[in-house]
Design a protein around this ligand. Structure first.
Ligand SMILES: Nc1nc2c(ncn2[C@@H]2O[C@H](COP(=O)(O)OP(=O)(O)OP(=O)(O)O)[C@@H](O)[C@H]2O)c(=O)[nH]1
Ligand SMILES: [Zn+2]
Length: 203
């Protein structure tokens, strides 16, 4: 995969002003973004979030998942930490795309869980690709990350692509009555590491 730096600008947010760095994945044509806070270049591990696009959760206030809450919490923690990076990857719906995710949600409305819905549509449970992460981090001069995630498979996948993950930092926010079952399936079928006491109730 070839990932090319395109442009950067300031991005003021409620948690402070980040630098937004835009990349183009020349193979897929996808446009990925890194939000950088403070000084990140160097040898020490950088607080990081690798966030996969979820239009419904990140932008449309959906309570079906925990994505939007994780996005906000990650930006807040990075700003409180004084430095860090969030990679916003354009792989909606664990890589199946927005319209297929709506199809999957429809099947979930009828009783399927998040994994069964994907399988009924002919997709694997998780089709994401993390190959763009190393070139994006290298461009920013980041050598190691402290990764905010509950997903050990994400840690493994990143390491397979050569990203040095110094530590996994739990990121458990956003549980509510609409996504309890979804989070339980992620724990049971997708191997996510979550413990009740880490959650903060949103509703
Ligand atoms: N196919 C599908 N994708 C979903 C569904 N719910 C959320 N997503 C997508 O899942 C991705 C987020 O992945 P998650 O499994 O929630 O979490 P993760 O990134 O693996 O792990 P964390 O780092 O702990 O958040 C986003 O791309 C969402 O659009 C669903 O029911 N079906
Ligand atoms: Zn989501």
């Amino acid at each position: 995969m070839s990932v090319k730096y395109v442009a950067s600008s300031k991005l003021p947010t409620p948690w402070g002003t980040f630098t937004m760095v835009g990349f183009e994945d020349e193979t897929s044509g996808k446009e990925h973004v890194a939000l950088v806070f403070g000084e990140v270049a160097g040898d020490s591990p950088v607080l990081a979030r690798v966030h996969s696009e979820c239009l419904t959760g990140d932008a449309l206030f959906s309570l079906r998942c925990d994505c939007g809450f994780q996005l906000q919490e990650a930006l807040k923690r990075i700003s409180e930490n004084g430095s860090g990076v969030l990679l916003y990857l354009r792989q909606e719906g664990r890589g199946i795309g927005l319209l297929n995710k709506i199809r999957a949600y429809h099947l979930q409305d009828g009783g399927a869980d998040t994994v069964e819905a994907n399988e009924q549509l002919g997709f694997a449970a998780d089709m994401r690709d993390y190959s763009m992460c190393l070139p994006m981090l290298e461009h920013l001069g980041i050598k190691q990350v402290r990764l905010m995630t509950n997903n050990p498979r994400k840690v493994k996948a990143l390491e397979q692509y050569g990203v040095a993950v110094a530590e996994r930092v739990p990121l458990q926010v956003g549980k509510n009555r609409h996504n309890e079952q979804y989070l339980a399936t992620k724990m049971g079928k997708l191997g996510h590491m979550m413990t009740e006491h880490h959650f903060r109730e949103e509703e």
